[in-house]
Design a protein around this ligand. Structure first.
Ligand code: BGC
Length: 762
């Protein structure tokens, strides 16, 4: 199952489909809006975005205290080139006024394009066949193309637009959507060489230039009518003919933030070079790119098409959203919408990186290189927060500034430091690339580790971290959040390990880094002391780690008395109300147990799952996948599958009700994690990799590939676990806790829940 299909024209579903049918390549993203438009006053988010391109808006507070961010970065909606109107004998084609049959739209994961087609019947009873195809090229990142093919026995007139007067979407009632509408000022519209339409604009505050060039190619040589709108924000090209027409619209976007070359020069160059290829020729190149991607990255689900579709949709959208240049990252909504304003969060390291690291390590590295590139911002932020040493990464950002205006659930999430360090460490464990650590990782890991020394303090011989917020945003500014303390411990342990490793392997680099950041050896001693004595709150009665010092002392939330329509709680209850209760937005301690399973006893991990699950709302889309993975670990197979179903269908079924604002990218990563880390029980540790797979009963099996320390492996789970070493030297690995050597192929019968186990109704 390599596609997503829809034949519904339900106006309430179309905004969701705009997100689902987004085409993007990690640089440029275009929502799946209808070329010919919608009924008047209909809310569509007609979005075009560039990853990492941003403007600044003033951060608003009624009471602004010291150190609050002054400005916020925000991803602007760019000039729109999606609009193409079609007139048949003068009648404007609209799916909402006229009659039509055989409407269908499709997004092809293996070919990287979208198609929309229908038969249109005019008022006079004549019929036309219309098909749109569009793609955002993976090969030429600036390039977007739409092809429209019309067959009609009569006069066909097509008006194709470029609109430089654009705004961002706003919603005063939803804190997850921004409030600043206009970020871009139109500057110029020009026609060059009589055929290249160019619009340029500038961001209001950052004064970056962005430009778009459009060129049309029409199959009917004498169809050209005019190009109008020079010096106006909206330009238009008109083509007219009889019988049939294929019009291809090429658009190239570039901007001045990351490019030295003048914008106009760049877009003209691209459009001239690449508009000589037909849509099909571009498609052939796109197919090759994707063939290569899927060869390494596909997760196959045997015997269940619906799930297969969801899993591939997730992987495809991850590829479409992720920045691949080391200058950009992956936003919480990717390039599929404006929710969270194009910001990057910890979502990257905890939900997305672990997937890419296995199958696309080069892209994973680029995400980490981006984190290294914003160290200076993080340094500055640490000083603002009063820390004399180390760095504090921004909770949400594009270019590196802290953009969170609600510090209790933003800046206070110090765990992001540990998460980023964790990302580097996992990458090292997976690929054993010490050179990468020397170039990028060590500085990040030392600097994040140093911060804990400054944030925490010793009390009764234990190292404590007070006044931070863990992943659960329904308990803010707490003392000793287990997740944060555990991640801090890991961060410091590895800072020490890398320090020792570099001392032996590359003392010169170590000397350069420590000199640059002015770190002295006694700080390494401090890290040893702090990590060894890290306080990890534990409840002796429940035999679980406490989410934080006070969590278990709070009253229980009245779940029975909370009607369904009052979820997510954050939209209906004052934060202070929520903070007073044992109620959790998303996996917190349970997530720590996934990431750092060796920090706790198996029994306490299971107890924690049992306890915290009862008080977790999963109001964040970052939750169900983690609970699913941990349900697999605990042997709760039915639950694991239920959570997986929630995860895999979350955007496809719009279960959180806000997919129109963009896809939940962390959850898409979580879908892949659920199969690999959940069902297959994959883990990467110091000693190497481990698996403990089971297989949902209504699948015939599943399989995936991965790259591990220079080797390529293929994993298949059916009635057996079958691991094949495709490339590289033999290795030691653990399956169900037992050590094996893999030379060519290993075949081990499944333990735990097997496919034919009837005791579980999956
Ligand atoms: C979650 C955060 C997450 C953010 C962006 C919030 O709802 O609570 O953990 O980073 O969304 O995805």
């Amino acid at each position: 199952m390599w596609k997503l299909e829809s034949s519904s024209l339900d106006l309430t579903v179309l905004p969701v489909e705009e997100s689902l049918y987004t085409l993007a390549n990690g640089y440029l993203g275009i929502r799946g809006c209808f070329e010919e438009g919608y009924p008047q006053h209909y809310t569509s988010i007609r979005g075009t975005y560039i990853n990492g391109f941003y403007d600044l808006v003033e951060a608003k507070y009624s009471e602004k205290l010291f150190g609050f961010p002054e400005m916020q970065e925000k991803m602007p909606n760019l000039m729109d080139v999606q609009t193409i109107e079609i007139y048949l004998d003068g009648e404007c084609v609209s799916l909402f006024n006229g009659n039509h049959v055989n409407y269908k739209r499709t997004l092809y994961f293996d070919e990287g394009y979208a198609e929309r087609s229908f038969e249109y019947q005019t008022q006079k009873g004549k019929s036309a066949s219309i098909r749109f195809r569009r793609m955002v090229s993976f090969q030429i990142k600036e390039l977007f193309a739409i092809e429209v093919k019309i067959k009609y026995e009569g006069e066909i007139l097509v008006k194709s637009y470029m609109n430089g007067e654009v705004s961002n979407y706003t919603d005063a009632f939803d804190p997850r959507v921004g409030e600043h509408a206009k970020l871009l000022d139109w500057k110029s519209s020009n026609l060059i060489d009589g055929r290249y339409m160019i619009i340029t604009a500038r961001t209001k505050q950052t004064d970056y230039e962005v430009g778009c060039a459009v060129y049309h190619h029409c199959s009917e040589k004498d169809a050209f009518v005019e190009i109008a709108g020079e010096q106006e924000p909206k330009m238009r090209a008109v083509y007219s003919t009889n019988g049939r027409m294929t019009l291809t619209k090429y658009a190239a976007y570039s901007h001045s933030r990351h490019n030295q070359e003048p914008v106009l020069h760049r877009i003209l160059d691209i459009i001239k070079k690449h508009s000589i290829r037909s849509f099909d020729e571009h498609l052939a190149i796109q197919r090759l790119y994707l063939e290569n991607f899927w060869h390494h990255s596909d997760i196959q689900i045997y015997g269940n098409d619906l799930i297969q579709q969801g899993v591939r949709f997730s992987l495809f959208q991850l590829l479409q959203s992720v920045g691949k240049d080391g200058l950009t990252n992956i936003a919480a909504k990717g390039l599929t919408g404006e929710g969270y304003e194009g910001h990057y969060f910890w979502d990257t390291e905890i939900y997305i990186l672990p997937v890419l690291q296995l199958v696309q390590p080069e892209i994973a590295e680029k995400l980490l290189i981006y984190r290294h590139s914003i160290l200076d911002h993080a340094r500055k932020e640490a000083r603002i927060l009063g820390h004399k040493r180390g760095v504090k990464y921004p909770w949400r950002t594009i270019a590196g500034r802290e953009c969170s205006t609600f510090f209790p659930a933003g800046t206070a999430q110090y765990h992001i430091n540990g998460d980023i360090a964790y990302g580097f460490i996992q990458h090292y464990l997976q690929h054993e690339d010490l050179d990468f650590i020397c170039r990028y990782g060590a500085e990040v890991i030392f600097e994040t580790a140093r911060l804990w020394l400054d944030v925490g303090h010793f009390h009764d011989g234990k190292f404590m971290i007070h006044n931070v917020t863990g992943p659960d945003e329904y308990s803010c500014i707490v003392n000793n959040n287990y997740y944060t303390n555990a991640m801090a411990r890991y961060n410091m342990e590895w800072a020490v390990k890398f320090y020792e490793m570099l001392k032996l392997e590359n003392p010169q680099i170590l000397e350069e880094i420590t000199r640059k950041i002015q770190m002295v050896e006694t700080e390494i001693d401090e890290m040893i002391e702090a990590s060894q004595n890290m306080y990890l709150p534990y409840d002796e009665v429940l035999k679980i780690h406490k989410q934080d010092d006070a969590f278990l002392d709070k009253a229980l939330w009245d779940f029975e008395g909370t009607p369904e329509e009052k979820y997510p709680l954050l939209l209906y209850y004052h934060p202070l109300t929520i903070y007073r209760y044992q109620v959790i937005k998303q996996a917190d301690t349970v997530l720590a147990h996934f990431l750092l399973e060796d920090f706790s006893e198996e029994a306490s991990i299971r107890n924690a799952f049992d306890y915290y699950e009862k008080v977790t709302t999963h109001d964040s889309s970052l939750s169900s996948c983690i609970y699913g993975i941990m349900a697999s670990k605990c042997g709760y197979y039915e639950k694991a599958y239920d959570y997986f179903m929630e995860t895999v269908r979350l955007d496809l079924d719009n279960t959180h009700g806000n997919t129109k604002d963009g896809l939940h990218i962390a959850n898409l990563g979580g879908t892949a994690l659920s199969v690999i880390f959940g069902f297959a029980g994959y883990r990467i540790k110091n000693e190497g990799i481990a698996l403990s797979p089971w297989c949902p009963q209504n699948w015939s099996g599943y399989g995936f590939r991965l790259i591990y320390r220079g080797r390529k492996l293929c994993v298949k789970v059916t009635d057996y676990l079958e691991i094949e070493l495709l490339e590289g030297e033999k290795l030691q690995l653990k399956v169900y806790g037992r050590q094996y050597e893999l030379e060519k192929v290993l075949k081990i019968p499944l333990e735990g829940l097997k496919r034919d186990d009837q005791s579980c109704n999956i």
